[in-house]
Write a protein of this length. Structure first.
Length: 206
């Protein structure tokens, strides 16, 4: 098992446009998008032990294996794209992801082929994500990266015994096979861009 906790991959990423949009528009009405269309459950309900205080907008996710309404399309590798969310948010997210990669000017299609999951996740003010280890196959066979978009110094991320404040505009790879938790001690909601890359994705490190 990997022994590191956090890796700083890149800093000074172009997150300000996405932050300004989130703040300017207010928190969008499509947070907590449905993942399982048979049961109608959202991510926060499917993973209610750890994510009761979170809300999310999925752009790319793993196929839940159920019928999908119009606007949800298969993109291969047991992955699905939430087209409305993707088309709405990808123009603000794509430059952030390109800033992490070691491949220079890559296409959006190339990026999409190297993403296992991509979502915006809000952790409510005063909320927490309790200690857990990510156990699903998709989370074991990926590189999980957090990019804080809206945060403050009272949001603390912990992996094992290591406690860190994750700064806006910096990409951190998290060892999600170690016990980890998050606490938002502030009076403001925290928003992260979370991207699960395939294991062969090259990074640009600081």
């Amino acid at each position: 098992m990997l022994t590191w906790t956090f890796k700083v991959l890149s800093s000074k990423l172009p997150t300000d446009p996405l932050k300004r949009r989130l703040i300017g528009e207010g928190l969008p009405s499509d947070w907590e998008g449905v993942l399982d269309y048979t049961s109608g459950k959202k991510r926060e309900e499917l993973y209610n032990v750890t994510h009761v205080d979170t809300k999310s907008i999925p752009l790319i996710f793993m196929d839940m294996g159920h019928s999908k309404p119009k606007g949800i399309v298969s993109i291969g590798g047991n992955r699905i794209k939430y087209e409305d969310n993707f088309n709405n948010w990808w123009p603000s997210i794509s430059p952030i992801i390109k800033g992490m990669l070691n491949e220079g000017s890559v296409s959006d299609e190339w990026i999409e082929n190297h993403i296992v999951k991509c979502m915006l996740v809000l952790l409510k003010r005063g909320g927490e994500i309790p200690w857990h280890i990510d156990a699903s196959d998709s989370l074991i066979h990926c590189r999980r990266v957090h990019v804080p978009i809206i945060t403050n110094s009272e949001v603390i991320f912990m992996v094992n015994n290591t406690e860190m404040f994750l700064e806006e505009g910096t990409a951190y790879e998290i060892n999600n096979q170690e016990p980890h938790s998050v606490v938002n001690n502030s009076f403001s909601d925290r928003v992260h861009l979370i991207v699960d890359f395939s294991l062969d994705t090259p990074y640009c490190t600081s």
